[in-house]
Design a protein. Structure first.
Ligand code: DDH
Length: 292
């Protein structure tokens, strides 16, 4: 079948459950980071989507612009080439799926497989045929900043304060890499498990600036040198409108899972314009053909 490397048309209706199962089967990678590529796949889906601007209706998860240097080479996207490379065999096996659908679906599958909620996902994204529609660089958040920056970035996408805090809970997953962002370390002791731990760490421990040569980040002396918080993570407990949500999600797992599923689904829909055919496509809330 014709590969859709440069597909201006949406994924043909293929077997999305088969794609889901193949994504799930590659998550465990013993030699990679903490043994799973799940976290970096979640970040790929987020960075693919988080360039959206509601006012100009540009950016977002349509297009898979990170295949091009213009977007893929944005320093904010450093390291995501690993995520894209891991997904390449899945794309080769199912060439009918667009990259834009594959990357967002991979995030959803990874969240579920790591113990998180079912996030609704719907196909119909197209891939840019060249880099002319790639969003400008600089639309993704800068971890060195504070609450004002978070609002500037996330309000632009159309999110509110509660949604900003719910989205940030993804930092229970994965880690910072000094050779990618410059920061170093995970936020949680179980970085391959979806959980409320990020909020618990923020609310139950005192964080102080780490004394080191690297960029400004925070540490807790009882937790040791590994675990970390970014300045933008600290902003969530320093801001009076953010902190009630941090406290709520630290205590109420069900509320967090539900709100996260809603907001992540909203995130990966940003910038998607479907043809009529796909407008009526079913919304897959989970893998119906889950063989496990
Ligand atoms: Fe994040 N994130 N993120 N993040 N993020 C990093 C890693 C991961 C910020 C900065 C960083 C979200 C929000 C923010 C994930 C998911 C999400 C890293 C480390 C930095 C820096 C990169 C590296 O060195 O490899 C900032 C700033 C924000 C913000 O201001 C709100 C959101 C909304 C999500 C989401 O998925 C909904 C995940 C997962 C990772 C771990 C990646 C990995 O490789 O592991």
């Amino acid at each position: 079948p014709k590969t859709q490397k440069d597909a201006a048309s949406p994924s043909r209706k293929g077997d999305f459950d088969a794609v889901r199962n193949d994504i799930a089967s590659i998550l465990d990678q013993p030699d990679y980071d903490d043994g799973s590529i799940g976290p970096v796949l979640v970040r790929l889906a987020w960075h693919a989507s988080g360039t959206y601007c509601a006012e100009t209706k540009t950016g977002g998860s349509n297009g898979a612009g990170m295949r091009y240097e213009a977007e893929g080479g944005d320093p904010a996207n450093a390291g995501l080439e690993h995520a894209r490379r891991f997904l390449e065999p899945v794309k080769e096996k199912h060439p009918w799926i667009t990259y834009a659908d594959l990357w967002t679906l991979a995030g959803v599958v990874a969240i579920k497989e790591m113990g998180g909620p079912d996030c609704k996902w719907k196909p119909g994204r197209t891939d840019f045929v060249d880099d002319s529609k790639c969003p400008p660089r600089g639309r993704l958040p800068d971890g060195a900043q504070a609450a004002e920056h978070l609002r500037f970035i996330f309000y632009r996408m159309g999110f509110n304060d509660q949604e900003i805090v719910a989205l940030a809970g993804a930092h229970s997953l994965g880690r910072c890499h000094s050779d990618r962002s410059g920061w170093e370390g995970p936020w949680s002791v179980t970085p391959t498990k979806f959980s409320t731990q990020y909020y618990k760490m923020l609310t139950k421990f005192k964080w102080e600036e780490k004394k080191w040569e690297g960029p400004r980040q925070f540490r807790n002396e009882d937790l040791g040198e590994e675990l970390m918080m970014l300045p933008t993570d600290m902003a969530l407990i320093e801001d009076e409108k953010f902190i009630p949500w941090v406290k709520k999600y630290a205590e109420d797992r069900d509320a967090f899972y539900k709100d996260f599923a809603d907001v992540f689904s909203k995130l990966i829909e940003l910038g998607v314009e479907r043809t009529d055919d796909y407008e009526s496509a079913p919304t897959f809330s989970k893998a119906e053909g889950d063989k496990k």
